[in-house]
Design a protein around this ligand. Structure first.
Ligand code: CP
Ligand code: NVA
Length: 305
C-alpha cells in the first residue's frame, strides 16, 4: 500500500528515527561528494499554490541529486486552473509520475489528492500543517543537541501551521514543548487536545514568552502573519509586540540555547537581526537540512522503505 505524508501523525516514532538516521547518512555522503542514484527513472511532481524558496528548491535538488526528475507544475499552465476536478488530475498524474509534492491552502485539498492518487502525496505546507519542516528541524535538533528526548523546545509567536506540526511531533516523540502565543492566536484546540490525549510529551500553551523559554534548549519562532494572512499583518503587530525573539528573551533560556526559524523571516518583527546572525542561531543549518531530509522522505515513500 502507498504511504502519504500529510501530517506527522502519519509517522510512528520508529519512522522518525529511521528518517533521521537516513538523512544523516545522506548528508554525510553528500559532503563526501557521493550521490546515490536511488531515484533513477523516478519522477517527482510539484504543485505549489503558495510561494516557496526552500521547500520547492530543496525537493527539486533532492530529486535531481538522487538521479530522479522533478516536474514543477505551475497551476496556471495546467488544467487545474480551468477547474478540472481533483480526482481526474490525481488519477492522470498517478499514471505519469511516482510522487506528488503539494503546497496549498487547505489541508482538505491535500487529503483529497492523497485519496485520489495511487502515488504517495507529500504535504509541503498547508494552512494547517508543515510536516516536512519539522522533520528537517528535528534533524537539526538531533545534530545540535545529540538527540530530541530530553530537549525543551519553546515556540514563541503565532499558533500556526508550523506550531501545529511541532505539537504533533512532541506528542509522538515525547519531548517537552512550550508554546507562548498571544490571546486569540493560540494553536487549534482540536489539534492540541488530540496531542494532549496521547499523554506522551509535556505540551503547554502559555501567554508569557519568558515563562516559555525558561530552561529551553531551543527557541523557535516564525512570522506573525503567514502566507494567506497578509491582510492581517498590520493588525497583528500590536498583539505580537512582546513576542519578539531578542537577546533579552534568550537570557532566560539555557546558556547554550539554539535559535531556530523556518524562514522566511521578518527581521525586526518576530526576531532581531542580532539574534538571527548571532552565535545561538542554527537557522542556516536548519535550512540546509531540508535538502537532506527531503531526500530521506522521497526515498522512503517512493521506494516504500
Ligand atoms: N521554510 C519554508 O517552508 O520555506 P519556503 O516557504 O521558502 O519553502
Ligand atoms: N507559517 C509560515 C511558514 C512559512 C514556511 C507560513 O505559512 O507562511
Amino acid at each position: 500500500m502507498k504511504k502519504d505524508l500529510l501530517t506527522l501523525n502519519d509517522l510512528t516514532k520508529e519512522d522518525f528515527d529511521a528518517l533521521f538516521a537516513r538523512a544523516l547518512e545522506l548528508k554525510e555522503r553528500h559532503k563526501r561528494g557521493i550521490f546515490d542514484k536511488v531515484l533513477a527513472g523516478k519522477s517527482v511532481g510539484l504543485i505549489f499554490d503558495k510561494p516557496s524558496t526552500r521547500t520547492r528548491i530543496s525537493f527539486e535538488a533532492a530529486t535531481i541529486q538522487l538521479a530522479g526528475t522533478p516536474i514543477f507544475m505551475a497551476a496556471a499552465h495546467t488544467q487545474i486552473s480551468r477547474n478540472e476536478p481533483v480526482k481526474d488530475t490525481a488519477r492522470v498524474l498517478s499514471r505519469y509520475i511516482d510522487c506528488l509534492v503539494l503546497r496549498t491552502f487547505s489541508q482538505e485539498l491535500i487529503e483529497e489528492y492523497a485519496r485520489e492518487c495511487s502515488i504517495p502525496v507529500i504535504n509541503a505546507l498547508s494552512d494547517s500543517y508543515h510536516p516536512c519542516q519539522i522533520l528537517s528541524d528535528l534533524l537539526t535538533v538531533v545534530e545540535a543537541k545529540g538527540g530530541y528526548e530530553n530537549v525543551h523546545v519553546a515556540w514563541i509567536g503565532d499558533g500556526n501551521n508550523v506550531a501545529h506540526s511541532w505539537i504533533n511531533a512532541a506528542a509522538i516523540l515525547g519531548f517537552k514543548l512550550t508554546l507562548a502565543c498571544p490571546d486569540g492566536y493560540t494553536p487549534d484546540s482540536g489539534i492540541l487536545e488530540k496531542a494532549l490525549a496521547k499523554k506522551t510529551g509535556e505540551i503547554r500553551v502559555v501567554t508569557d514568552p519568558v515563562d516559555a523559554v525558561k530552561g529551553a534548549d531551543i527557541v523557535y519562532t516564525d512570522v506573525w502573519a503567514s502566507m494567506g494572512q497578509e491582510s492581517e499583518a498590520d493588525e497583528r503587530l500590536a498583539p505580537f509586540r512582546n513576542y519578539q525573539v531578542d537577546a533579552a528573551l534568550l537570557k532566560h533560556a539555557k546558556p547554550d540555547v539554539s535559535v531556530m526559524h523556518c524562514l522566511p523571516a521578518h527581521r525586526g518583527e518576530e526576531i532581531t537581526e542580532d539574534v538571527m546572525e548571532g552565535p545561538h542561531s542554527i537557522i542556516w543549518d536548519q535550512a540546509e537540512n531540508k535538502l537532506h531530509m527531503h531526500k530521506a522522505i522521497l526515498e522512503a515513500l517512493i521506494l516504500k522503505k
